[in-house]
Design a protein around this ligand. Structure first.
Ligand code: ATP
Ligand code: MG
Length: 494
């Protein structure tokens, strides 16, 4: 706020101030009188310097959400309205930093320099400012890149029970952006501080902090800040998007955000609706989700991809918040506890997961290689169930299908925080389609996954660069790749 006032010399000299009086304080919600010209979404300041966000009106009183510690605010004190909406500082210097919902540093690395501010509740870019998605976002998770591809500018919901690996997949996507010129923002909402620290450790270990910003709305900060955190994360993303950069924002998680908003609404005495959430929870989330997208070249060609995360109970996707979010995103990844417990990690259920727009931007080579993957795998699952009842007298064809399915199973199982690059995924799928993996033992498969790129690169050093450049197979690439694979299978697997 102050930076903006200083920028604008006239307003520094003649500051508009309306003075109201605090009537009552209920936890983190304040009712005040005497601010006749304030509007929804504007910011007010209490006499101790704490900021408040105008949330609505009730007869002649203003409802204010305290963005910070409300314990020092007392009835009868003054509250000031400067007639401003909530604008927060933005700059390149935010990269590598951990900030709270008010963009204040939380990492003891000193102040963050900034000359500009951006509105936190900006209206999403209109249809005329956007173009359809056209570039793929490499997630580092093979099953996503191959079967449920995600494009830059897409909103992909990560939905599943507790402890099914949702955060891990999102973090892997962030780690994979290293060196790819994508800015990543991780927004933590309502999680314990210890959970955030664990994620920070991974960021540091994998050198992902240089191109990332962490927005912390952990459970220990004020309710107002937890409510604001995703909007702040989105605003920081917009700063880079309007500069022409690609941005990935992870909201972990919006279930907690909905809880926070429900708490605020109940204190504001708004009528509770379905599952006691206020009626405008849909609006609150859709307003946020709409801000993702791919801007047209005249607006800088930037993009913002969203990974909102939602927690559900016992696989039930029919809850209010989850159905809302499914309807306002471009696809969902469904994480299944059953798969997780069987050791299929990441535990993404093929059948229930979709990406509605991602395949439009998929690399042609990936599209070609993964064409039959979903079907092969689903058929394998079906066959597997059947063979549990009957083990003898399988046809040759069924046996081959089972072996192929087993190979796919081995390929999609992936350790957390070890994202696989697109080039390697292409090698895996090529070998799979050629039938080279059908007869490998578990040990051989592990070895293959680890070493194949190194082998192929020995024979064909330009492999990774060529695939990345052309994104499809030429006869030349195919031939050299074949040579590499042949050598590997002759030397290592005899
Ligand atoms: P929460 O509901 O607590 O947010 P979550 O769904 O985000 O959980 P994670 O925190 O990502 O799940 O993972 C849950 C546990 O599963 C963690 O202990 C993590 O180490 C483990 N895990 C996640 N993915 C994998 C994987 N691919 N391989 C092995 N372990 C994994
Ligand atoms: Mg999580």
């Amino acid at each position: 706020m102050d930076a903006q006032v200083a920028n604008n010399k006239t307003s520094a000299r003649f500051e508009v101030r309306e003075i109201g009086v605090v009537q009552s304080v209920r936890k983190f919600v304040v009712l005040a009188k005497g601010l006749p010209s304030c509007m929804n979404g504007q910011i007010v300041e209490f006499s101790d310097g704490t900021l408040g966000l105008v949330m609505g009106f009730n007869e002649e009183k203003v409802q204010i959400l305290v963005l910070g510690d409300a314990s020092n605010i007392r009835a009868g004190e003054e509250v000031y309205n400067k007639g401003k909406s909530l604008n927060l500082p933005v700059s390149e210097a935010f990269l590598g930093r951990i900030v709270n919902a008010l963009c204040q540093p939380q990492d003891n690395l000193g102040p963050i320099e900034s000359k500009e501010t951006f509105p936190v509740f900006r209206v999403a870019p209109g249809v005329m400012e956007r173009v359809p998605v056209k570039e793929t976002l490499e997630t580092g998770t093979m099953i996503l890149d191959a079967v449920i591809p995600i494009a830059k500018g897409q909103r992909q919901l990560l939905i599943g029970d507790r402890l099914t690996g949702k955060t891990s997949v999102a973090i892997d996507a962030i780690i994979s952006q290293k060196g790819k010129d994508v800015i990543c923002i991780y927004c933590c909402i309502g999680k314990p501080y210890s959970a955030l620290l664990k994620i920070l450790d991974i960021f540091i270990e994998k050198d992902a902090l240089d191109y990332s910003i962490v927005v912390s709305g952990v459970a220990s900060v004020s309710t107002g800040e937890q409510y604001l955190a995703p909007y702040t994360a989105c605003m920081l993303g917009e700063y880079f998007m309007y500069k022409g950069k690609d941005v990935l924002v992870v909201f972990d998680d919006l279930t907690k955000h909905a809880w926070v908003y429900r708490q605020i609404s109940l204190l504001l005495e708004r009528a509770p609706g379905r599952e006691a959430y206020p009626g405008d929870i849909f609006y609150i989330h859709s307003q946020l989700m709409e801000r993702a997208g791919f801007l047209k070249p005249e607006r800088g060609n930037g993009s913002m991809t969203f990974f909102p995360i939602v927690d559900i109970l016992q696989g039930d996707v029919t809850g209010y918040i989850s159905t809302n979010l499914i309807s306002m995103t471009d696809g969902q990844l469904y994480f299944s506890t059953t798969l997780f417990n069987k050791g299929v990690k990441p535990a993404i259920d093929f059948g229930l997961s979709v990406s509605r727009i991602g395949n439009k931007a998929q690399w042609p080579v990936m599209k070609e290689l993964s064409k039959s993957l979903r079907l092969d795998y689903l058929q394998y699952k079906e066959l597997l169930q059947m063979t549990q009842l009957r083990t003898t007298g399988l046809s040759k064809e069924a046996e081959a299908k089972l072996r192929r399915g087993e190979a796919i199973n081995q390929l999609i199982v992936q350790d957390k925080n070890k994202p696989v690059s697109m080039e390697v995924e292409i090698l895996y799928l090529y070998a799979l389609n050629r039938g080279l993996l059908d007869n490998l033992s578990i040990g051989q498969m592990k070895h293959f996954k680890q070493d194949i790129l190194a082998y192929v690169s020995k024979v064909y050093p330009q492999f990774a660069a060529d695939i990345r450049k052309f994104k499809e197979f030429s006869e030349d690439i195919k031939q050299k790749m074949e040579e590499g694979l042949k050598e590997y299978f002759q030397e290592v697997i005899r």
